[in-house]
Design a binder for this molecule. Sequence first.
Ligand code: BDP
Length: 604
Amino acid sequence: MLSPRSSPTRDTVGLDGLWRFALDTRVGAAPWTSRLDSPLEAPVPASYNDLFVDADIRDHVGVVWYQREVRVPRGWADERVVLRFGSVTHAAQVYVDDRLVAEHTGGYTPFEADLTGTVEPGEEFRLTVGVDNRLTNETIPPGTLSSGPDGRQRQSYLHDFYNYAGIARSVRLCSTPTTFVEDITVATGRDGAAGMVDYRVEIAGEAVDLAAVRVRAIDEAGRTVAEGHGPEGVLRIEDVTLWQPGAAYLYGLVVELVTAGETADSYTQPFGVRTVEVRGTQFLINGEPFYFTGFGKHEDTPVRGKGHDDAYLVHDFQLLEWTGANSFRTSHYPYAEEVLDFADRHGIVVIDETAAVGLNLGVMGGLTGVPPTPTFAPENFGGATRDVHAQHLRELIERDKNHPSVVMWSLANEPASNEDGAREYFEPLVELARKLDPTRPLTYSAVMFATPQNDQIGDLFDVLSINRYYGWYVFTGDLATAEHYLEQDLRGWVQRFGKPVMMSEYGADTQPGLHSVWDAPWSEEYQSDYLAMYHRVFDRIPEFLGEHVWNFADFQTSAGIHRVDGNKKGVFTRDRKPKAAAFALRRRWLGLNRRKPGSGTAVG
Ligand code: BDP
């Protein structure tokens, strides 16, 4: 799915701002036939949960309504009119006046509604969106609904981050010609000093048979560097400037549809020329070994929840650069498209993760990891869950396939890969991902109950990403014992699978301002010592290809006795102030990047 962009033949109108807002429990189930009768207004983009001083809204389980009026620009006669949502968490019903025009399930991927013929240029229509935050065995991520003694629904889920909901990304009204570029796929390679650009264009609409496709690649100065004709082909860019970690360079693929000698549609797709490959135990970008330094992140800020915010985007990337991070994982769901565009432009490497977090009933078994009922049983996460997971994967790859910053897909976070049924569940998803994108390696993040001895899926993937909390959830405060078991564990993965291994999570909750001369959990010193212990182990393992600390910043969680106002494993606080560990990481990563070629961060 193409990102909305204006072009000589396309316009976009932003619909962000304040919308009328109401809980369905207060206004009923069918408000789209009229104006929402509610005094509340909610900003788009933002999660709605933390906006109001009202526990009923924060804890609401079910549907909320958003509404606003939209005027279609006068000049859009004879155009195709499309409404485009960056995301609605987790399911949406979209009404134009009293007509249902789109439904979508999956809270972190975009969707569109074609309004051509439904709305009139120059006229106003009432746009109403029902937003459903419920998670079940047939949503990704999954969750469980129950009802309390007061008769109200309760939601539980198998991940710790708070289930923020709402219209968290931008909404746009877009025009395209009636014969239009529907999709573009770009894959790049190298031939000596030249860049090879494999492209495929899909077109749709009224006059598809009459339309010819013309493409050209332009460099950052706008100069044409290669040209081609037809819906598929290979362009050759002589003396190509590669997209490199820490040194981004983007070309544009200008795609034009020509009918009767006229440009019917025009769309420019940014792309970078780079290669990605796992060879032996190395991760190669442009043929050079790449060592990941960085974090698992969250889309999480005060008040806005998971709403996209450009100010935090810019600031977070500044802090990534400051710490010497060259990469991050979009734990535990696809992030806003603006984030990936920014990573493309600034040379930060991304591991792009699906929203499949919590496919693991073992977490309910606590530290024993013994599930009360098998995770992959049909009544839990069976074929229906997998179908939704597959659909989500399709939407993710379709959205993000052209981002040079995305170097690997992560299919799930901490699934019960140690349980029977895991292989049957994951094998078809791995096949699907490879079919949809043969160019990028695959990974998943392994939970602590999945060991080198009992994991059932590691051989299906290219990189083994390991989440471990030795020294935190186990051997708390005993870093010497933690170090021993961590090393044994990581070496076990290397030995069994012979694949590259990286740490996708390691971290310790830390209260800023708490200090100790002892190995005292929650102190700033403990967080630094804990990370240093992990780094000693990583540096002893040659097959190791990267370290992503959990987490970049503190984030909000659901209520729980082991969380005090959220998860505090951030190296930065929720408002992005550094804890002591941030300085320690900076020292390590800037030094490390100097030593490891291709690791990408410019050293200041
Ligand atoms: C891991 C999860 C992550 C949690 C983390 C923690 O992957 O989402 O936030 O534990 O407990 O198991 O801090």
